[in-house]
Design a protein around this ligand. Structure first.
Ligand SMILES: [Zn+2]
Length: 215
């Protein structure tokens, strides 16, 4: 669900989706705002909210899961493990963006997660033909790892790392899908404008200095 307001702020239901890859949007659930890291996946409800905003769960599914597991210590452990996985993947993605290999330990952890919590495939048919679709079925709280581990593996295996980078100004990552491939900022609204305003102020300062020097 998006409103005109969301369009102006880049936020969707309290989360940012500007990474163009699920796993990068997942990394971006701890943005730094006003100098302070902001944890957006604070509890199981917030985690389900993110899954819903990412179109991985429908609202009714999310509500069911919250009712079923929301108060359990297992769900709390999953939230903590999810945050830890995010920070681990962040280190791996940063190193990989700079041209480094994906470490054996990182691959091992993703492989373990994908084996334990696999994405499932279904065949969809209609009058236009057939296609396959990946989906996941959370039968236990830990199954929420499925789409994230899968997306991380797909990123490392299939995406051109020269097109994946961190914003010039902040901690957010994105896959640059622009034609020219020169995207520098997470978004114009969040960092691009700020940067441009700062550059403009610098130019003004320089001009004023030159003018006083001329005098
Ligand atoms: Zn940024």
């Amino acid at each position: 669900m998006s409103s005109a307001n969301d369009k102006q702020t880049d936020w969707k239901d309290g989360f940012l989706f500007l990474g163009n890859q699920l796993v990068l949007d997942f990394l971006n659930t701890c943005p730094v705002q006003n100098g302070e890291p902001t944890e957006l996946l604070q509890d199981f409800g917030a985690l389900l909210g993110w899954f819903q905003a990412a179109n991985l769960l429908r609202s009714r599914e999310a509500a069911n899961l919250q009712q079923r597991w929301g108060e359990s210590s297992r769900a709390r452990r999953v939230v903590k493990a999810m945050q830890e996985l995010r920070e681990k993947i962040r280190r791996d993605v940063l190193a990989w963006e700079r041209g480094g290999p994906v470490h054996h330990s990182a691959a091992g952890e993703l492989n373990r997660l994908m084996a334990d919590h696999p994405m499932r495939t279904r065949l969809k048919t209609n009058e236009n033909g057939s296609s396959t679709e990946l989906y996941f079925e959370p039968r236990q709280p830990e199954d929420l790892f499925a789409p994230l581990a899968h997306s991380a593996a797909m990123l490392f295996a299939n995406v051109d790392r020269k097109r994946v980078r961190k914003c010039d100004e902040c901690v957010l990552h994105f896959h640059d899908t622009s034609k020219k491939g020169t995207r520098r900022w997470c978004s114009m609204l969040l960092c691009g404008n700020r940067q441009k305003v700062a550059a403009y102020a610098d130019r003004q300062r320089l001009r004023r200095r030159r003018m006083t020097e001329k005098r």
